[in-house]
Every structure is written in structure tokens, then in C-alpha cells.
Design a protein around this ligand. Structure first.
Ligand SMILES: Nc1ncnc2c1ncn2[C@@H]1O[C@H](COP(=O)(O)OP(=O)(O)OP(=O)(O)O)[C@@H](O)[C@H]1O
Ligand SMILES: [Mg+2]
Length: 220
């Protein structure tokens, strides 16, 4: 589902943000990505989501070789993945329902099927009762659950989450991790970057460790 072959990313400076990264994550796996600030976690996720391209090497995700992908294919590629950020990135002038519906409306789904699917997913994340609320009027945990609902609404094969619990207290963080594990158990490959070592230890999942742009650990 996700494969990196000899991937380097160098920013102007030069900053060597990724150095010869090799990794392989299979369909339906749940994997953590850890490493200190500046290790390259967000850079690696930008390569996976095609928000940026590697300086050299191959990045393959959901059947696409992102080094060779054409700009016009990127919207189609994005339909195969879901992305969750630390700061939720919800549209504040749209309701919870509208935020979650957006990816389906953008791809041209019919209103009736959108409505059914959105209520289905809001039910899954426990937010059906907040559907007509605005993001500023719900809790941080609820905002992140909304963001996860939006990220899985189109049933992506891969879900990446960059510090999804970074702004949440420990109880809400556990709730979000439970939800991500549930998404994985339904067949989605889930890749989560986090600073929270205690949580990583408790969850007992495969963990990749980045340091100074290089993978220095791959443990279960
Ligand atoms: N657009 C950019 N231009 C130049 N340097 C960058 C850019 N983005 C990231 N970097 C540098 O690349 C390195 C890796 O950054 P990255 O954001 O991937 O780290 P991170 O592991 O996500 O850190 P954090 O835990 O703080 O989020 C850092 O040295 C950073 O300063
Ligand atoms: Mg980061």
C-alpha cells in the first residue's frame, strides 16, 4: 500500500529532511511513526499524500508511483487516501455535516447518497447528534472526530494522521486512537505520526522511528 525506495528529500539550505528512506507498509496494517521534532515525519507524510515530491527515489502509494504521477492524476490519487492533521483543519463557516460531506460533493456524488453516507460515518464516530453544529462550538476531540470522518468518508485505502492527538488531552487522545484502530480493522491502512511514546508503548503496534531523516527502527 505504501512503499518507499531510496527516498531522499532535500530542502533549500540544504536541509536533508529524508535520507535514503526505505519502507513498506501492507494493506490493512496499523503503523506508528515516531521521532524527535525535525526528524522528518511531516516531510515523509507530504511525500505519501503527494503534497510535495521526493528529491530522488520512488514513492508508491495505493497503486500510484508518485514520482511519475501527472498533475491531472493527483485528484484521482487523493481519492484513494485520507489525511488527518494535528490542528483538524475544518472549515469554520460550514457545519459538521457540510465539512464531512465536502469530499463527496467535490467528486460529484448525488445529494441523496451523500446524505446517507455522511450520517453513516457521523454515526461511526459518534457525532450524528452534532451534525448541524459549527466547529467552534464543539470540543477538540469532537473536532478531530469530525476531521477523521471527513478523511474516511470516501473509503480511502490509506489513512495518514500527522500528530492527530497533539492538541488533545490524554483521555481524548485514547478515544481518537481507538477510532483510528477501528478504521484500520475495517481494512484501511493507517499510518500515524506521534510524539506520544507512552501511547505507542501501550498500543503494541508496528513502529517506525525516524531520526535526522533516516529510519533507525522498525519494531513491533
Ligand atoms: N518547506 C521547508 N523548507 C525548508 N526546510 C524544511 C521545510 N519543511 C521542513 N523543513 C525542515 O526539514 C526537517 C524535517 O521537518 P519535518 O517538519 O518533517 O519534521 P517533523 O518530524 O515533522 O517535526 P515535528 O515533530 O516538529 O512536527 C526540519 O529540519 C525542518 O526544519
Ligand atoms: Mg511534523
Amino acid at each position: 500500500m505504501i512503499e518507499f525506495l531510496h527516498v531522499y528529500k532535500t530542502y533549500p539550505g540544504p536541509v536533508h529532511a529524508l535520507k535514503n528512506v526505505e519502507l513498506k507498509i501492507g494493506k490493512g496494517e496499523f503503523v506508528f511513526l515516531t521521532g524527535p521534532s525535525g526528524a522528518g515525519k511531516t516531510t515523509l507524510f507530504k511525500m505519501i499524500s503527494a503534497y510535495d515530491t521526493a528529491t530522488s527515489g520512488d514513492v508508491k502509494v495505493a497503486g500510484y508511483n508518485l514520482q511519475e504521477i501527472q498533475d491531472k492524476q493527483i485528484p484521482f490519487f487523493r481519492r484513494k487516501i485520507g489525511v488527518v492533521f494535528q490542528d483538524f483543519k475544518l472549515l469554520k463557516d460550514r457545519t459538521i455535516f457540510e465539512n464531512v460531506a465536502l469530499p463527496l460533493l467535490v467528486r460529484g456524488d448525488k445529494a441523496q447518497s451523500v446524505q446517507r453516507r455522511v450520517y453513516d460515518v457521523l454515526e461511526q464516530v459518534g457525532l450524528a447528534h452534532k451534525h448541524d453544529q459549527y466547529p467552534d462550538f464543539i470540543s477538540g476531540g469532537e473536532q478531530q472526530r469530525t476531521a477523521i470522518a471527513r478523511a474516511i468518508i470516501h473509503q480511502p485505502g490509506v489513512l495518514i494522521a500527522d500528530e492527530p492527538t497533539g492538541n488533545l488531552d490524554p483521555r481524548l487522545s485514547e478515544e481518537i486512537m481507538d477510532l483510528l484502530e477501528r478504521v484500520c480493522s475495517q481494512g484501511t491502512t493507517v499510518f500515524v505520526a506521534t510524539h506520544d511514546h507512552e501511547m505507542v508503548k501501550r498500543r503494541k503496534k508496528r513502529t517506525l522511528e525516524l531520526k535526522d531523516g533516516a529510519i533507525v527502527g522498525d519494531t513491533l
